[in-house]
Design a protein around this ligand. Structure first.
Ligand SMILES: Cc1ncc(COP(=O)(O)O)c(C=O)c1O
Length: 365
């Protein structure tokens, strides 16, 4: 890597100069948002009530995360020292990588997967080793296991994974933890609520397991930026050295407590999405387009060569979907977030019409 001669003024680190720019397609999203796997409706009304009670005076103080970390830890059946709240899981990933990855280390990950693992790894001096899934996009267990070596320092597994929706089993994750005792095994459970399976109960029991959770998906708090890392006290101690004590703001802390308490709302939303997913999958099957089985609040579908036009047609019909064509092995594939049953009925109509317009089938109603 040579320093670019075109840089005027102080040059950033060479690693940073070599980083790819990442611009998520935000902007003009005032439509049916099936593009970022967010909650498509709203957060719990209890969160709105908690926000309304925030006083102007309370905003003058720096946020105190520790009492809320204790509440979250109790909710997860963990000790407070095992849990760190973060500014979304993105900050959790960033901080974890900054804490553990150095020159000559390797980050091992299956691909396609969540983009930010490679983005944050590229800001470190470590190397990302990506193991590509086969065409079925199932978790590439054997090949990933075979890629473990003494340089492997972090293994990042989104479970369920995005954009595939596939999941690794508990036994597979345990095997990774055992076969790479010198590495941190990050299990990112961003979509846990839709999957229902977790390894959170193993936190503190395995010396190298760290679990991430987000409040951006089922809880509907993506705008507040709230996530967490849970791991053994010995590892979390290092993570806390890197983590800003104030990166989770006080509004987020207030809302987090209210969101956790309203389990009825969370259960209702998750139930709604799971019912909508079955109905939407049936609609996709009637259109005879390929889809991948999903354990999360989205499905990946095969659109083919005219994927860009498809995304444009869907947008024109008021439905935002996410083209994943630039992900490894995903050319022509589009990810569609699952919302409520009513929203997905509208999405199914738009899907049918877009495919008809493209001349790739579609049903006659
Ligand atoms: C697997 C995975 N992890 C983490 C995130 C980001 O979570 P947060 O909004 O908490 O930063 C996403 C968002 O799409 C995701 O798909």
């Amino acid at each position: 890597m040579n320093q670019s001669p075109r840089i005027a003024g102080p040059a950033p680190r060479l690693r940073v100069q070599a980083m790819k720019e990442y611009h998520p397609p935000l902007g003009s999203r005032d439509k049916l948002r099936l593009d970022f796997n967010e909650n498509t409706l709203a957060c719990s009304p209890k969160v709105r009530e908690a926000l309304a009670e925030v006083s102007a005076g309370s905003l003058t103080r720096y946020p105190e995360r520790e009492p809320v970390e204790a509440i979250v830890a109790a909710h997860l059946g963990l000790k407070p020292e095992q849990v760190a709240l973060t500014n979304g899981v993105d900050e959790a990933i960033h901080v974890l990588f900054e804490t553990f990855l150095e020159a000559d280390d390797e980050l091992l990950l299956p691909v396609p997967t969540y983009t930010m693992y490679e983005v944050y790894a590229s800001a470190t001096d470590a190397r990302a080793v990506a193991v590509e899934a086969a065409d079925d996009l199932q978790f590439p267990f054997e090949r990933l296991l075979a890629a473990i070596n003494p340089r492997t320092k972090v293994i990042a597994i989104a479970n369920p994974n995005s954009p595939s929706g596939s999941a690794a089993t508990r036994e597979q994750l345990l095997e990774f933890a055992a076969r790479a005792p010198h590495a941190v095994l990050l299990v990112d459970e961003a979509y846990f609520h839709f999957h229902g399976e977790t390894v959170m109960d193993l936190v503190g029991k395995l010396p190298n397991l760290v679990v991430a959770r987000t409040f951006s998906k089922a809880y509907g708090l993506a705008g507040l930026r709230l996530g967490l890392l849970a791991g053994p006290v010995e590892l979390m101690r290092w993570v806390r050295r890197v983590l800003s004590p104030y990166s989770v703001n006080s509004l987020a802390l207030v809302c987090l407590k209210a969101a956790l308490e309203d389990t009825a709302y969370l259960d209702w939303y998750v139930g709604e999405v799971l019912a909508a997913r079955s109905e939407f999958e049936a609609a996709v099957d009637r259109l005879k387009i390929r889809r991948w089985p999903s354990r999360a609040n989205f499905i990946l579908v095969e659109i083919g060569a005219r994927h860009e036009e498809f995304v444009r047609l869907m947008r024109a019909a008021g439905v935002l979907v996410r083209d994943r064509s630039s992900d490894p092995g995903c050319d022509g594939r589009v990810r569609i977030t699952i919302g409520t049953r009513e929203q997905m009925k509208h999405a199914a109509v738009a899907l049918n019409e877009a495919l008809t317009a493209l001349g790739s089938g579609g049903e006659t109603q």
